[in-house]
Structure formats: C-alpha cells, structure tokens
Design a protein around this ligand. Structure first.
Ligand code: OOB
Length: 550
C-alpha cells in the first residue's frame, strides 16, 4: 500500500467532473503511444542528426527498452532518475519506463551529484539513467558519487561508453515486451519543482492529468501533421515536453527535431534544413536568437510561431519577434506543478505582447488574493492560487511543505503575483516566492543559503536576484563571515565559497554570479534577513565580486 504522503489524490467529486468532461480519458501513456503508432505508422516522429524515428519505431523502441530494463531487474512501480541530453534515447527511456509501469523522475542535464543523489535517496530510486559525457562533463564520475550516497540504487544505465555501469542501449535483436497494464489515475512520472525551499520537490503527474494537458495544449495551439517542432530547451522541462512541447507535437502527428544545442549557430541551420514551423524558447534565449537574426534571418523562413515562457518577457522584446524572426510570438506561462496559460493564437499584438494569456482548461480555477487569502478585484495584483484537472494536490513525501504550499481546499500557492484583466487574461507582475529566475532556470534561495552555511567561515547568508538585461536576473550571495582579523581577502573568500558549492554538487546555474561580503546582514523587526534591503544594497554596491568562471 502506498503511504499517502507519496500522492495526494483529487477529491472524488472533482475527479468525476474531470472524467465526465472528457478531460481524464482513462488512457495511460503506453496505450496513447500504441495509438499514435497505429494512427501515424511510418510518418517521421523524431529527427536527430541523420536519424529518423517513425511513429511505429518509437513504439517498438519503447517496448525493447522496457525489455532491457526488465532484464536488469526493473519492475512496475520502481522510480528511476533520468538525466539525458537532447537525444532520441530520451524518448526510449521515458516511454520504455512507462511501458514497464516504472516511473521516471525527470532531472535536467545541468543537475550535479548533490541534486541527483538527493532525488535518488529521497525517492528510493531503483535506478539512475544517464549519458557517458555531455557538454564536457563526465556523468559516470557523477554516477559513482551518487551510488556511494544512495545505496538503495540497484542499477545505473549509461548511454554510450558505460565503463563499469550497465549499457543503456538494448542488445541487438532483443524483442519488445508487452506493456504492463497500468492505472490511468496512477503516477506516470515525476517533474521537479523550481522550488523555494531547502530541498527540491518531486511533482507526481498522473497519466490522466498529464495526457489531458498534452491533448488540450496541442489542440488550442492548432498543431497538426504539418507541425515541425524544434526542441531547443532541455527535453525534460515541462514547457518543452508538454506545453505543447514534444509530446503535444507527437499527439498531433507532427515531427520533432532535436537540437543538440539551443544557440543560433546550431538551431538556425536546423530550422532551414528541417523546415521547422514552431519552437519554444525562454526569454534569455529569444534575445540571443533576435540578436543573431537581426544580421541574417534567412534560415528562418519556415518558422511561423515562437513560443516564449519560463520567465518574464519584456513587451519590447515580444514586439520585435514578428519583424525580426518573421514569426508570431506566443507567450506561455506555466509551472511543472500544473497550470499553464497560453496567449491564444491570433490575439491582437497589444494584448499578446503584454499578457500571458488564459489557462488551458475551462475547469482551471484561478484565484488572485491578498496576503489574507481574500480575493482582490480584477485589475489589481495579488497572489495566484490555482487548482484544476492537471494541477497537483501535493508534492511527493513533503507533508509539512504541502501544508504551506496548498490551501485547505486544495489550491496550489504558485508564489507568483499576477493581475487578472477584465476578460480573464493573466499578467504576471511579480513573484512572492523566494526564488531567482535566472534565464528560466529556477534557483531556490534557501537551498543555496543552506549550502553556503555549511562552509565553516560563513555566519549568515542570503541569496538575492539582481536585474540583468540578458538573463532577466542574476544571483548575488550576500554573506556575513565569522570574525577573523587574519582572514583572507574578500575576493579569495568568494572564490572559496563558489568552489565549496561546486564541491557539494550543486548545479552550476545555482552557483551565485556575484558575492557581496558584509559585516552583517540587515534584519527586519522580527530578526529575519531583510531581502528587499539587501537587494537595494547589492544593486548599489560598486564592489560585487564575480564568481570564478563557471
Ligand atoms: C515553467 O515551469 P517551472 O516549473 O520551471 O517554473 C514555474 C515558474 C512560474 O511559477 C513563474 O514564476 C515562472 O516560472 N514563469 C514565468 C513564465 N512562465 C513561467 N514568469 C513570467 N512569465 C512567464 N511566461 O517555467 C513552465 C512550465 C510550462 C510552461 C511554461 C513554463
């Protein structure tokens, strides 16, 4: 029996509503994939370099990958941490695990030993799936550290040169196994929360709710067999996976093109060569695309729409998209916990560039409230609370956090400050949660602060975001040291602190961009660190110390 801290179900009365409305169709991912293979057969589903994977192949490859996993002891119900770059095997593993009834935990390529070991231990993961090397980093070394820290881990599968680990690729000729029957109301996979607390949270998504968001996203974005989608962002992220992302494109019978890197030197030739019609970018990446396309956009002729989300998009940048890229801009605001809003295609530019659109579902319930959870009128900013047919009711094994992150009647406290305009469109105007959004990559301040405090010289630490023209925000660690008149100079301390965070296995994007060493940190009347004051102080400080090169 699953302990109830693993998964918080929707109340039965709402579950029935979602089924009756046709949102939850009782279909599992393996059944969905088999359906796609039947419907679209020999059409190209994936393109990666010279490789074409048809819909029929995609299904067969999942069955073979499942057979390989089963031969190495994986079973239905096992949780498996998956960390792969943008390679076709990502889909073999995702669908292969689900074929077996096992549950992928979707880590990002940027995660390091600290995060991966935590996911493995917290989820009692049976296996970790990774790649030999990626972006100059040896993931087998990471796997060794993880195995030492998570003894329950039974298997490590490595794509490429596996060394002492199990090769990820099934042996030639291995026949597919039939799919393990599963419950559509059960957990299909785990997404990861950007979070604002000391440890990242796991987000259980069911077959019913996740597939609903995929189908509905594909439909409202008007995807079809002629959609050619460039997957430029990490495949595991909810935006590029389901909003409508690669899964939405597969649902519609379109073609997914995998970009090994998101930058124009790689992506522009791919757009030209593959006839890409649609892609999804974070604002920081969009700015790089615009910068390059201002000189030469001739490769982008096939592009009809660019989706932008994950972080605030400046209206001026949004307005430049049609002229410079020759494509419509579509803002997407969403979260791995569920709720996704889209500016509907065809919306007038004045609104399309300044709002983040409407929720997917007529049954998405959105409240905008003040600090006491009282509704505020339309047009005024407030905290965004939401519940609905694809928004979770609780994180995995986090009862204390759940009590704070959800209202008693099941609304998720998003931590975002929004304004609802007359007509229902949402505009994201700020953030209440203690998080830094570094070009779409989310950093929970508390996680970095806890890690800094583990350094023997650190007496107090606070991480704040500073405005940045490219990334939106950069992080600055404000640190108070234990008194030591003979201590090293600030610059050496900063270098040491950055090295300390890397040694703890923190992803590089979480290592502060800047350090500010202060004699003490400003406090509020109740003794908490006064972050607004610190932010002002850091912005005014002439002597922020950059971290060593990443
Ligand atoms: C997406 O998901 P997450 O889980 O990485 O991050 C969610 C948070 C939101 O709560 C909000 O703070 C921020 O990212 N955010 C935006 C935004 N889209 C996300 N802030 C301002 N404007 C936007 N358009 O980031 C995500 C998931 C699915 C679809 C799109 C994005």
């Amino acid at each position: 029996m699953t302990p109830d801290t693993d998964f918080t179900p929707w109340p039965e009365v709402l579950a029935r509503t979602y089924r009756e409305a046709g949102y939850w169709q009782g279909e599992t991912f393996p059944a969905w994939l088999a359906g796609l293979a039947g419907r679209y057969g020999d059409r190209a589903a994936l393109r990666a370099g010279d490789l074409t994977v048809t819909y029929r192949d995609l299904h067969a490859r999942a069955g073979r990958q499942a057979a390989h996993f089963a031969a190495h002891g994986l079973r239905a119900g096992d949780r498996v941490v998956v960390q792969l770059p943008s390679v076709p095997e990502f889909f073999d593993v995702l669908f292969g695990l689900m074929h077996l009834g096992a549950r992928p935990i979707l880590a990002l390529p940027a995660h390091r030993a600290g995060e991966i070991a935590f996911f493995c231990a917290h989820a009692d993961a049976a296996a970790y799936v990774t790649v030999d090397r990626h972006a100059g980093f040896d993931h087998r070394g990471l796997a060794r550290e993880v195995r030492a820290a998570a003894p329950a881990l039974r298997q490590v599968f490595v794509l490429g040169d596996a060394q002492e680990f199990t090769p990820l690729t099934p042996p030639a000729g291995l026949p597919p196994v039939p799919a393990t029957p599963g419950e559509a109301g059960g957990v299909a996979l785990y997404q990861l929360s950007g979070g604002s607390t000391g440890t990242p949270k796991l987000i259980p998504r069911t077959h019913d709710d996740y597939l609903y968001s995929v189908r509905a996203s594909a439909e409202l974005c008007g995807l079809g067999g002629d959609t050619v989608y460039l997957a430029a962002l990490p495949l595991a992220h909810n935006f590029s996976l389901t909003s409508p992302g690669t899964l939405g494109v597969l649902h519609a019978g379109g073609r997914v093109v995998l970009a090994p890197q998101p930058t124009p030197d790689v992506t522009f030739p791919l757009v030209r060569h593959e006839g890409v019609t649609l892609t999804a970018l974070v604002p920081a990446l969009l700015q790089v695309w615009l910068h390059v396309a201002r000189r030469d956009a001739s490769a982008l002729a096939s592009l009809t729409r660019v989706q932008v989300g994950g972080a605030p998009l400046s209206p001026d940048v949004a307005r430049a998209v049609p002229d410079v890229l020759g494509a419509e801009v579509q803002q997407v605001f969403g979260m791995a916990e569920g709720l996704v809003t889209y500016v509907r295609p065809g919306t007038a530019p004045a609104l399309a560039c300044t709002t983040q659109g409407h929720p997917i579902s007529p049954h998405d319930e959105v409240r905008v409230v003040d600090d006491e959870d009282r509704d505020v009128p339309d047009g005024q900013p407030g905290h965004l609370l939401t519940r609905g047919p694809y928004t979770i009711r609780g994180y995995f094994r986090a009862p204390d956090h759940n009590a704070r992150a959800f209202t008693p009647d099941g609304y998720y406290r998003t931590g975002d400050i929004v304004t609802r305009l007359p007509g229902g469109a949402l505009r994201v105007t700020g953030r209440h949660k203690d998080q830094i959004n570094r070009g779409g990559e989310k950093i929970a301040a508390e996680e970095v602060e806890h890690a800094l405090l583990r350094h023997p010289q650190v007496a107090a630490a606070a991480l704040v975001g500073l405005p940045d023209p490219w990334l939106g925000e950069r992080s600055c660690a404000c640190v108070q040291l234990h008194p030591d008149p003979a201590g090293p100079p600030a610059r050496a301390v900063a270098r040491d602190l950055a090295a300390h965070l890397r040694r703890l296995g923190l992803a590089a994007f979480k290592v502060p961009d800047r350090f500010l060493i202060l004699p003490d940190l400003p406090r509020t009347a109740v003794g908490k660190v006064d972050k607004p004051a610190l932010r002002r102080c850091a912005q005014a400080a002439p002597d922020l110390i950059p971290a060593a090169p990443r």
